[in-house]
Every structure is written in C-alpha cells, then in structure tokens.
Design a protein around this ligand. Structure first.
Ligand code: NAD
Ligand code: DAU
Length: 336
C-alpha cells in the first residue's frame, strides 16, 4: 500500500490530483494544507475518509513536516509538493509570502524528505523559463535556460534549484515537473478563466489586461494530474519533465470563447491596464514526457473543455460565490 503526502491538496490543482489518485489508484493520501485564502476544504468534499486524511498546517513548519514524514515508508511512499503562493498579481503586490512558502516551505519539505529517504515530486511551472515572442518557432524544453520575470516565478525557479541541488548533493530521490496554465473546475476566481466566467455570470464585463495578445498554453488540470502519476510511476530520479497539451491560445481568443459559451457577443469585454512585467507567451514542448512515459492529454479539445468548465462554474456558485467579492475588491485597488 502506498501513501502520498500531498501538500497544497486543498488548492485548485492539488485537489484535482487528490481526486484523481482516489479514482485511479488504490493509494492513500494525507493532505497537508494551510488553508490560505486559496485553499478550500469544499474542493475535497465527498472523498472517502478511509483514504484521505486532512491536516491543516504550514509546509514551513519543520516540526509538523517531520512528524508527518515519520509516518511515511521510504520503500513505498512519496511526497507530492503542490503547496505554493500561486498568483502573479498577488506576488507583485506583496512578495513576502511567496518567499516564505515557495522557498522556505520547499526547503523545509526537502530537508525532511532527504533525512527520511522519502521519494519527492516537485510541482513547478513553465513560468521559470520567462516568456517567448509571439512568432518564436521554439517552445520551452527541459534544456531551456531559467529566466523568471515575476516575484512568483522567481520563487518557483528558486524552489526548483533547491530540489536540483538537494538531489545532486544529498541524494534526494526527486523529480520535477514544469507545467503550463491549468484550467478546469475548482480554480480560484482570481485566475483568468474563472474570473471572466464569474464576471459574466454576475453581469460584469470580462477584464483583459493590456491588448489581450498574450498567449498561454492551456492544459486541463486532470491531464496534469495524470502526468504527475506517470512521473511518480516511471520518471527517472533527478529528471525534469515538462507538461503541456499543445493548447496555445491568446487571451482574446479565450475570453471570446467564454463570452460565446455564455451567449454574449465575443467582443463584450473591457481592456484594462496591463500587469507589470506581463509575460507575453508561454509554450511547452512535452516530447520527453510523451516519449519516455507514454503520457497523452485526454482533453485535447480546449474549446469543449472550456465549455464544460463554464458549465461547472454556472452550477457551483456556492463554491465560488464567497470568494468573488474580496477578489474583485483586490483587483479594483490595482485598477484591473
Ligand atoms: P492554488 O493557489 O489554487 O493552491 C495552493 C494551495 O496551497 C492552497 O490550498 C493553499 O492553502 C496551499 N498553501 C499555500 N501556502 C501554504 C503553506 N505555507 N503551507 C501549506 N499549504 C499552503 O494553486 P494551484 O494553481 O493549484 O497551483 C498548485 C501548484 O501548481 C503550485 O506549486 C503552482 O506553482 C503549480 N502550477 C500551477 C499552474 C496553474 O496554472 N495554476 C501551472 C503550473 C504549475
Ligand atoms: O504558466 C503557469 C502559470 O499559470 C502558473 O504557474 C501560475 O500559478 C498560474 O497562476 C498561471 O499564471 P498566469 O499569470 O499565466 O495566470 P493568470 O490566470 O493570472 O493569467 C492568465 C493570463 O490572463 C495572463 O496573460 C494574464 C491575463 N489576465 C489575467 C487576469 C486575472 C487578464 O487578461 N485578465 C485578468 O483578469
């Protein structure tokens, strides 16, 4: 029997992973989550108590992390590390929590993992590579040089470097994955797609930064979870795997699709002031993951995945409604 300690398991992608593990494996899960503004226990509703245990706590709390890792068996179990401060706009307003959680929190976990010899998988982002020009024929690969732009992405880059150094210097049995932009149910309404869907549902116009020409490479969170399971099962220790589903879309295209799915004209949005340092384009080449581990995205049609996501927000106002007002208050202070 395998137990996974999943940090950040009450967040968007972490909770998807926990549901995915319960549905597709016989593993048990311990979720360690601080329940910041971004964590929501309701995202784990309905999971069996016999297989999923929730612990509220901070990944930077070494005593707690050591206590939990003592429960793990180095022969079978693993830590899967999702917990992070994850939103670029917040990192521009107040970077400090990003250093505490993304850097010191990761350090605390890998120290505990290496002392106990526990397998470690680190969840990271394509943003560590900086951005690409719109017409650049190259995409990010595992060999692309790190060049992060924001406080968020620089702390994620720092955390990747810590994991790499602990692997080389201390023999930590770790893998890293860098994934592109995720979408799907249970994503916080601060993020682009849920913000715009819920704006329309509340009778507000979507707010697009700058010109809207920026491109993101969208992947359904379920495909991300399947890739992480594949890496846990067959990934080579010390290796990095890029995760992406060939889902490049401009922000203008995405917002047009959201408006169309909700029966509104595609141009019924506002252009607002740009995010400082706003990365222009991300694009992932996931050949290594596909060739080595046989992973393929199931949600290869972004438009239908997006329509299903719109339907989920339409029918789950009870989940997102309580977050919406505070989130929009933060944005209106920024003029966005
Ligand atoms: P999220 O903000 O939705 O969730 C983060 C979770 O971590 C929350 O439940 C929060 O309570 C918890 N958390 C924060 N600080 C903590 C701490 N100190 N101790 C314990 N728990 C803490 O984030 P997300 O979008 O689900 O992202 C999860 C991971 O995936 C992050 O590491 C992020 O960098 C990475 N990632 C995200 C995307 C994306 O598109 N959202 C893409 C690639 C990689
Ligand atoms: O690429 C992976 C990253 O994707 C993850 O590491 C981050 O955790 C995740 O937040 C996401 O970062 P982005 O900055 O790309 O995501 P966000 O949803 O904030 O914005 C997506 C795009 O939409 C970006 O170009 C900014 C733009 N945007 C965002 C918001 C919130 C708007 O135009 N209007 C908005 O209201």
């Amino acid at each position: 029997m395998t137990t996974l300690l999943v940090t950040g398991g009450a967040g968007f992608i972490g909770s998807n992973f926990v549901r995915h593990v319960v549905a597709h494996t016989d593993f048990d899960v311990i979720v360690l989550d601080k329940l910041t503004y971004a964590g929501n226990l309701a995202s784990l509703d309905g999971l069996p108590d016999a297989r999923v245990r929730f612990v509220r706590g901070d990944i930077a709390d070494a005593a707690l992390v050591n206590e939990l890792t003592r429960e793990l068996d180095p022969d079978t179990d693993a830590i899967v590390h999702y917990a992070a401060e994850s939103h670029n706009d917040n990192s521009l307003s107040d970077p400090r929590p990003f250093l505490d959680t993304n850097v010191i929190g990761t350090y605390t976990l890998i120290e505990a993992a290496r002392r106990r010899g526990i397998r470690f998988h680190h969840i990271s982002t394509d943003e560590v590579y900086g951005d690409l020009e719109l017409d650049d024929p190259e995409r990010f690969t595992e060999a692309t040089a790190y060049n992060p732009s924001s406080p968020y992405s620089s702390t994620k880059a720092a955390s990747d470097m810590l994991v790499r150094a602990w692997t080389r210097s201390f023999g930590l049995r770790a893998t890293i994955s860098n994934c592109s932009n995720n979408y799907g149910p249970y994503q916080h309404v601060e993020k682009f797609i849920p913000r715009q869907i819920t704006n329309v549902l509340r009778g507000e116009r979507p707010k697009v930064y700058g010109t809207g020409a920026n491109v993101r490479d969208w992947i359904h969170a379920d495909d991300h979870s399947a890739a992480v399971l594949a890496i846990l099962a067959g990934g080579r220790i010390g290796e990095t795997y890029l995760i992406g589903a060939d889902g490049e879309r401009s922000n203008l295209d995405v917002v047009g699709d959201i408006l169309a799915a909700l029966g509104r004209p595609r141009d019924d949005f506002e252009l607002v002031s740009d995010r400082p340092g706003h990365d222009l384009r991300y694009a992932i080449d996931s050949t290594k993951l596909r060739d080595e581990l046989g992973w393929r995205p199931r949600y290869s049609d972004f438009s239908s995945g997006l329509r299903a996501t719109v339907d989920w927000y339409r029918s789950h106002e009870g989940w997102w409604g309580p977050q919406k007002q505070a989130t929009e208050a933060k944005y209106s202070e920024l003029g966005r």
